[in-house]
Design a binder for this molecule. Structure first.
Ligand SMILES: C[S@@+](CC[C@H](N)C(=O)[O-])C[C@H]1O[C@@H](n2cnc3c(N)ncnc32)[C@H](O)[C@@H]1O
Length: 387
């Protein structure tokens, strides 16, 4: 496909996203209908679509319409590419720009538009994050960096960097987070690399890694990952100490890959469908959340979330926390984490938990905001109040 034909394909996919289709489904539909497209074409169309979808509002403003075409025209302008060079109307290229698209009035975009958030979420970002709100919103407009966690059970950072390099993946040590690597180039080859196959590295955002390193662990402890999903956090904890780790999730099918991932990593994780009576020294609730700290990886999230959806998540998180607290041993720890930046899911959730449960106190709190060094993440640690 020519570069212009890839843009035309992205326009069609973005139109489906605007009609409410999830971005991955819209891409899959295009992909299935486009057998002629090679792997480089598919990667290029995907990049256009995700770049445009993250910047839906500002790109539409710069392109003159909230349509797939308007978003692509605006996105190209933001990227410093003159859309006229691709919109030629020839050989599967999009149609030539009309007079309106060529000469848009230079009206400044409203702040929520310039920061690519729905109006109500822009207000939340400003209210919840204060001066840091605009930068956090800006970070969500760009592609996410790729981070890896080095598994100390399989080798050290230097070994991981060398092994990845042999497979064409250039990675460097993260500036703040021990054992984290940032992929500088060749990111698409990580999943095929020997370092990944051998369990020497796992894909995990740097803020999630930092949060797991912040939880105190001692050999011999029992840890329960209450919302384990694919097991990313359970694996990170299991690699750190000689502990017994159990993984639980309300949706057991989400834990399907944990045994294979644990074997690759050289750790043991017991997948349990029922939590049972046995208490744990650390119970981690990595709660279902809006994902607002990770919206650059999942831009659908920011366009689909509404206040009612947020309220439903907050209610679910509170219910899970109360339920999980029952499984903590007498002198144990309850940790609550989200990959959200929104106060309702973070500090406000922690405050209402403490109000409902006077037997607990806040022992630690940390927040990471999305930026070049990682996604947004939030962690609090509760301990029982001494009686
Ligand atoms: C943020 S994800 C977990 C991600 C995972 N810890 C990881 O590191 O890959 C939240 C998980 O909570 C699970 N969940 C939702 N409601 C739950 C409940 N009531 N009890 C336990 N898990 C629940 C979801 O199925 C989902 O897998």
């Amino acid at each position: 496909m020519t570069p212009a034909a890839r843009v035309a394909a992205a326009i069609g996919v973005l139109d489906n996203c605007l009609s409410g289709m999830p971005v991955e489904k819209a891409l899959l539909r295009w992909s299935r209908a486009s057998r002629f497209a090679g792997s480089k074409d598919r990667a290029a169309v995907r990049d256009h679509v995700f770049d445009g979808w993250r910047r839906r509002r500002s790109a539409a403003h710069a392109g003159g319409a909230e349509t797939g075409r308007g978003i692509m025209i605006g996105l190209l302008r933001q990227q410093g590419v003159e859309p006229e060079t691709l919109f030629t109307g020839r050989d599967h290229a999009p149609a030539v720009l009309d007079a309106h698209e060529m000469h848009l009035p230079a009206e400044p975009a409203a702040p929520a538009v310039a920061h690519d958030l729905p109006d109500w979420l822009w207000d939340c970002f400003l209210e919840d994050l204060g001066e840091a709100g605009p930068d956090a919103a800006q970070a969500l407009r760009d592609r996410a960096p790729v981070f890896l966690r080095v598994n100390p059970r399989r080798g050290d950072q230097a070994a991981a960097i060398a092994s990845l390099a042999a497979d064409g993946v250039e990675a460097v040590a993260h500036r703040d987070v021990a054992d984290a690597l940032q992929v500088v180039s060749g990111g698409r080859a990580v999943a095929r690399s020997r370092a990944y196959a051998d369990g020497l590295v796992e894909l995990q955002d740097a803020a999630s890694q930092a949060a797991m390193l912040r939880l105190p662990l001692r050999d011999g402890q029992r840890v329960l990952d209450f919302c384990a999903g694919g097991g990313g956090k359970a694996l990170a904890l299991a690699a750190r100490a000689r502990i017994e780790v159990a993984a639980h999730d309300a949706n057991p099918t989400r834990m399907h890959d944990i045994p294979a991932r644990a074997e690759r990593a050289g750790v043991r994780i017991d997948v349990i469908e029922r939590v049972g009576e046995r208490k744990a020294d650390l119970v981690l609730v990595d709660a279902p959340c809006s994902g607002s700290g990770t919206w650059r990886r999942d831009p659908d999230g920011k366009w689909r979330l509404d206040p009612a959806g947020l309220a439903a998540l907050v209610a679910l998180q509170a219910e899970i926390l109360d339920h999980a607290a029952v499984s903590v041993a007498a002198d144990g720890i309850l940790a609550y984490a989200t990959c959200s930046v929104l106060r309702a899911e973070n500090d406000a959730q922690a405050e209402t938990f403490l109000r409902r449960n006077p037997g607990w106190r806040l022992a630690d709190r940390a927040q990471w905001l999305p930026g070049p060094n990682g996604d947004g993440f939030f962690l609090v640690r509760f301990e029982r109040t001494p009686t």
